[in-house]
Design a protein around this ligand. Structure first.
Ligand code: IPE
Ligand code: IPE
Ligand code: MG
Length: 265
């Protein structure tokens, strides 16, 4: 107890990463953390490097943050890796981005398996190049029975497309008499989304200073806590994830109602 008090009384600047990890593990951890990994291009531009060098560096951040998220007992980490709008980028950049899952999983999959991480994906995989799809499918297959962190990649993912697809499926099921119109409620819609197996994100992080959602999990973030940082994704480190989780732990979630203390007044 004395040690706990000590850690919380100390300013975070005087604590090591390990001490900060032990400190946040004493309080509720967000079950589902989602990250809009932004700023790779600007990171490269600042160093007079091609944009793709930023994407390569960003991949290293994915490895570090996955390892820490697993250590923090976060249940699901959803990483926005490629949006349905990112196809608008120059072909060579799109090609590079589509090569990253193969490169990332090629070198990191054994470690993910050893760390008990389960890989999953949301997004439309029908438009992904065969090698990208294959790399992701292999990782999903080989980690299917793992019980640690669920590392969920949003790849060719867009919140609006996801809703359009759900509406189409619901309409078809109504037409075929599988469900009735009265059956359509919040829970039903969530069930038809690509995230049906996941809880809504508790914490959404966006790097690079942009204060927008860019078509990410539009339905699911209704009551998610948002955390923005100017740090560019390749510079995002353990310290920043810990900052975000600490900020989350200080928030009061109300979901439109009152919290326990407020209702007693
Ligand atoms: C995020 O970095 C990665 C993807 C969107 C694929 P960006 O490539 O968007 O980097 P900036 O925002 O241009 O700096
Ligand atoms: C959001 O970043 C998509 C991903 C991080 C994959 P963008 O860089 O594509 O978003 P905008 O264009 O700045 O809104
Ligand atoms: Mg960007």
């Amino acid at each position: 107890m004395f040690k706990k008090m000590n850690l919380w009384n100390k300013s975070k600047t005087n604590l090591t990463i390990n001490e900060r990890v032990s400190r946040i593990l004493e309080q509720p951890i967000p079950k589902h953390v989602a990250i809009i990994m932004d700023g790779n291009g600007r990171w490269a531009k600042r160093r007079a490097l091609p944009r793709v060098a930023g994407h390569h560096e960003g991949m290293k951040t994915v490895k570090k943050i996955t390892t820490l998220a697993n250590r923090l007992n976060i249940e699901t980490l959803t990483l926005y890796a490629f949006s349905t709008e990112n196809w608008k980028r120059p072909k060579h950049e799109v090609d590079y981005l589509m090569g990253l899952p193969e490169e990332f999983l090629g070198s990191f999959l054994p470690e993910l398996i050893a760390e008990n991480v389960k890989v999953s994906m949301i997004g439309d995989n029908s438009r992904l190049p065969a090698k990208t799809k294959k790399a992701v499918e292999k990782a999903i297959e080989q980690t299917a029975n793992n019980t640690g962190l669920n590392l969920n990649f949003a790849l060719n993912y867009g919140g609006r497309s996801e809703i359009v697809e759900a509406v189409k499926k619901i309409s078809t099921d109504v037409k075929n008499g599988e469900i009735s119109v009265d059956h359509i409620d919040h829970e039903c819609i969530s069930h038809y989304l690509m995230t049906h197996a996941l809880p809504d994100p508790d914490l959404l992080i966006r790097t690079s200073g942009e204060l927008r959602i860019s078509n990410f999990m539009l339905w699911q973030i209704a009551y998610t806590e948002l955390w923005f940082t100017d740090v560019l994704w390749p510079d995002f480190s353990d310290k920043h994830l810990i900052d975000a989780v600490e900020a989350f732990q200080k928030r009061t979630r109300r979901y439109g109602g009152l919290n326990d203390k407020e209702s007693k007044k």
